[in-house]
Design a protein around this ligand. Sequence first.
Ligand code: HEC
Ligand code: HEC
Length: 229
Amino acid sequence: MRQPPSLQEHRPANFGGLWLALCATVFMTTACTDRKTPSDDRWSGSGELIAMSGGEGGARYACATCHGVRGEGNGYDAPRLAGLPAGYLQKQMEDYATGLRPHEVMRDVARFLDSHERVRVANHYAALPPQAVSPATDETIAAATPGLYARACQQCHGVDGVGTVNGPPLNAQPAFYLTQQLQDWQVSKRRNDGNHVMLKVAQQLDAAQIRQLGLYLARIPPRPASPDR
Ligand code: HEC
Ligand code: HEC
C-alpha cells in the first residue's frame, strides 16, 4: 500500500476518532483512500506507463516485454492486445487475477495491478491501432476451413474474425495462441466464458480443425472491428 509513511508515524495514539475525522476531510484523496480514485495519477501511472514499466510489479511485468511495444504480440504464445475491446481486455485481467483463466505469469501480472490500473492499461491497448506480428505461412490451410469458421464461429466472432459484441476479435492472433486457447477450453482449463459457450464449441472440434482454424485466423490481417460491434 502507498500510505505515506510520515502520516502513519505521526498518528496520535489516543485520538482515533479525531484522526479519522481529520483524515476523512483533509486527506481524502491521499492517505485514507488507498489510491483508489481514478484520477489519482500520482500513485499509479497512466495505462501507457504500466504497459512500458509493469506498474508496481516492476520491469519483469512490463506488458511490452511479451506483448510488444505496439501491443502486437510475440507471434507465438502472447497475443496481440492492440485494438482489442477495452471491456474484453479488462475482463481477462480480472479472470487471470481470480484464476478463472489460469496462467501463472498473467496471474501475477494482473494481481500486481488494482482494478483502476487494469482499466487504464486496457484502455491504453484498446486505443492502439490493431497491429500484429506477421504470421508464418509455411503450412497450408485446408479448403474447408473458411467454411467451418463461417458456420461455427462467425456468428459471435464476426466476418473475418474482427469480433462482435458476443465474442472478441480473433483475426491476426498468433496461431499457437489460438490453438492453445481452444485446447484449454476442451479440457475446461480456461473457464471464463459465460454459459460455457466456448467449452461447448471447442469440444466439437478435433485437433486438426483446431490447428487449421488457428492458422486461418492468424493470417487475416489486423484491422479494427466493424462499427456495429
Ligand atoms: C512475461 C510475459 C508477459 C507479460 C510481462 C505480460 N503478459 Fe499478458 N500474456 C502473456 C501470455 C503468454 C498470455 C497468454 C496466456 C494464456 O494462454 O491465457 C497473455 C495474455 C494476456 C491477455 C489475454 C488477451 C486475450 O486475447 O485474451 C491480456 C489481456 C494480457 N495478457 C494483458 C497483459 C498486460 C496488460 C500486461 C502488463 C501489465 C501483460 N499482459 C504482461 C504474457 C505476458
Ligand atoms: C455463441 C458465441 C460463440 C461462438 C459460436 C464461438 N465463440 Fe469463441 N468466444 C466467445 C466468447 C464470449 C469468448 C470470450 C470469453 C471470455 O470472456 O474470455 C470467446 C473467445 C474465443 C477465443 C479466445 C480469444 C482470446 O483472445 O483469448 C477463441 C480462440 C475462440 N473464441 C475461438 C472460437 C472459434 C474457433 C469458434 C468456432 C469454432 C468460436 N470461438 C465460436 C463466443 C463464441
